[in-house]
Design a binder for this molecule. Sequence first.
Ligand code: PLP
Length: 487
Amino acid sequence: MESIQPHQERQQWIDAERRTGVVRAAAAAGLVGEQRVAAGFLDVDGIRRTVAGLRAAFGTDTTVLHTFAVKAAALVPVLRLVADAGMGCEVASPGELALALAAGVPPERIVLDSPAKTGAELAQALRLGIAVNADNLAEVERIAVLIDGRAPASLLGLRVNPQVGAGSIGAMSTASEHSKFGEPLRDPGARERIRAAFARHHWLTRLHVHVGSQGCPLDLIAAGVHAVWELAEEINERAGRRQVTSLDLGGGLPVNFADDRITPTHADYAAHLRAAVPGLFDGGYALVTEFGRSVVAKHGFTVARVEYTKTVGGRRIALTHAGGHLATRTVFMPDSWPLRISVHRPDGTPRTGATEAQDVAGPLCFAGDLVARDRELPRIEAGDLVVLHDTGGYCTSAPWAYNSVPRPAVHGFSTAGGETGFATVRPEQSLAEVVAESGGACADALTGFGAGAGVAVGRGLGVGLGAGFDAGLDAGLGAGPVPVQRT
Ligand SMILES: Cc1ncc(COP(=O)(O)O)c(C=O)c1O
């Protein structure tokens, strides 16, 4: 533990000078610029430091499995990195489970929380020994049928909605009165129904709570954890034994998007819980956490090229390659998810000096595709690079496919060796891959049946768009006219 403490002290700020150095190195290496118009960057050293800080925050007296919420950065190398640093994974879909397994995370360090698990998903989790948190009592009964009286290899729990209220972003608040998540605790008769389920199913040994994420203050999170701890005590008292042996506290530590300070820290979170729910740490319960955003958000940024600038209605606007496909929440809910932006010259050096109010737009075809509105920034010029800060979670790693813009590359970086080193985490999506994921292999699917089936044009296209077409598209990217081949 001693060796972790210095890291904890250092991790209170993101080093802005170091980040600028990385942007310059990325531009010099051609990772972003005229040919590659956007890319995400993740700080490997920073992520390792934060995971070490999280582990240190809980100390060594309590048994804790810290899992990483895969949704925050659904990238296999990132999952392997956090696993290497000591975390498991929290997964919420069959795809996320596949990614965690592909990263080599052992099943016993994976927790399945999908809100609407199918029978097949549950059966797979039970077969592999993956922990499952049932969303509701109907799901508990489905698990009971699958177990069919056998001793399960999986740790099994129930997600509870403590109904302690919402934070400042309704869409991120999961413990509100009508939240879609978990079995409500305060509805009439709900507590009794939950206790009865635990009495019926001795294999239910865990309670899960996730009060919410960004916008939920520590007091609200602690109130939810307290409510679920109380429920566990009550179940155990009724059972006359310690039936509930572990509590899954979810994730949700809010991230500071306003500046480079890391606040609150995981140490703040643990201290808050120790004060509000001391019983959590008396050794009676093993704990699970599921942090996502607070592990990666501040250790990532997105760089995009400015293609054009113009003045519209008296205001300057920069047309860039960073838009709603990379910062979806910011574009649709700008007041809840504001992002800091800095402006750099094409070589990555920051533009400083006089500022003026400008819009920073993305490349998508709708008017609201703006990552900043009327923002005071140094004058942006065509060919410049804009940096979107704190986008290591839920942004470039979770792109939106609107307008079929190819997904940009994501690179990890480290400065541990003195110089900046880069590693590709996810290559840029090729145009052939865009076509493939958009039904390219099914081109004839709709013209081959129904009224008018077999009309020549449909058939002709289906035959013509083959491997040569794919190769032509990718060869054409950034290298002049696209040679489309039709046979
Ligand atoms: C069940 C559950 N656990 C963990 C998380 C991760 O939350 P965060 O990224 O805010 O830490 C979420 C986020 O939606 C969640 O729904």
